[in-house]
Ligand binder design. Structure first.
Ligand SMILES: [Zn+2]
Ligand SMILES: [Zn+2]
Length: 282
């Protein structure tokens, strides 16, 4: 069972994930959501298997049904496992630093305080969730803050375009002679998968001009662009990526236009405003 063609969701580690389960908004990862959701009607749940570190654990997945009055446009999938059971304990070991931190904060605050505790920015761990060829089996891959720091150190020496090229095309530059750490490789792969997921979502069309370049050659040459530059933000979530054609990608990096998320358009330095034509995920 390979995860080569799988889709992925990246979830920030929090107390719930470490003890009993997690939720996945379908909107952010449409392709992933379709795969997970296609066998579940709203309100339905079914048993699934989760693989972590080569071990298989039982869990359930539920397509949460929202009442109309709450006006939720998108579905949420909820993965649940036994509270502090085998899988939760395994996650607590893998993410021990996060677990200890969250535990400490919970102990020290008022009993009634139920606000979600976020990990500090420089200590965030993530869990990547990959689909497999089996609808009911998913692979969990921990992304530790150490991995993220390794990427930050690595990315420091390169331009945004170089890093993005590596992610879009998986270029291994033999001349660089750089010892790429496991953490860097892991995040590069994860980033590429998230980008590939989006490319499929847009049928390889540029979100700005709508063109699918290379169709007549049976090729797809669209690229994933990071809205907040990855080398600075280290944010590879789907909501920080958009799919663009090579021309638009070049001009964006040449001009560094400002992207306004509220109206989904770029403002270039000469004042030219260019909106996004295709959008399913931002
Ligand atoms: Zn374009
Ligand atoms: Zn870019």
């Amino acid at each position: 069972m390979g995860i080569e063609d799988s889709y992925v969701y990246q979830k920030e580690v929090d107390w719930s994930l470490l003890t009993e389960g997690l939720t996945l908004p379908i909107k952010e990862q449409v392709v992933f959501g379709q795969i997970m959701g296609r066998f579940l009607e709203k309100g339905e749940s079914k048993p699934i298997r989760l693989i972590l570190g080569g071990k298989t654990y039982n869990a359930t997945i539920r397509n949460v049904k929202f009442q109309e009055k709450w006006n939720h446009k998108s579905d949420i999938l909820q993965i649940r496992y036994v509270k502090n059971g085998d899988l939760a304990r395994a996650l607590q070991v893998v993410f021990s630093k996060s677990y200890n931190y969250l535990n400490r904060v919970r102990q020290s605050r008022d009993k009634g305080d139920r606000r979600i505790i976020r990990l500090p920015d420089d200590a965030k761990d993530f869990l990547a969730i990959y689909t497999t060829e089996f609808d009911d089996t998913y692979v969990l891959d921990p992304i530790l803050s150490e991995d993220v720091i390794a990427v930050a150190t690595y990315a420091r020496d390169f331009s945004e375009q170089h890093i993005e090229n590596e992610m879009n095309f998986e270029i291994d530059d033999p001349s660089a002679g750089i010892q790429v750490s496991e953490g860097v490789q892991k995040i590069r792969k994860l980033n590429k998968k998230i980008g590939d997921n989006l490319k499929q979502l847009y049928s390889y069309r540029c979100q700005i001009c709508g063109q699918s370049i290379g169709e007549e050659y049976d090729a797809h040459v669209c690229e994933a662009h990071h809205i907040d530059y990855f080398t600075k933000s280290l944010n590879n979530s789907a909501t920080n990526q958009m799919i663009v054609c090579p021309n638009h990608h070049r001009i964006i990096h040449a001009d560094n236009p400002c992207f306004d998320r509220s109206v989904l358009h770029f403002t270039f330095s000469n004042g030219y405003i260019e909106p996004i034509r295709l959008n399913h995920h931002l």
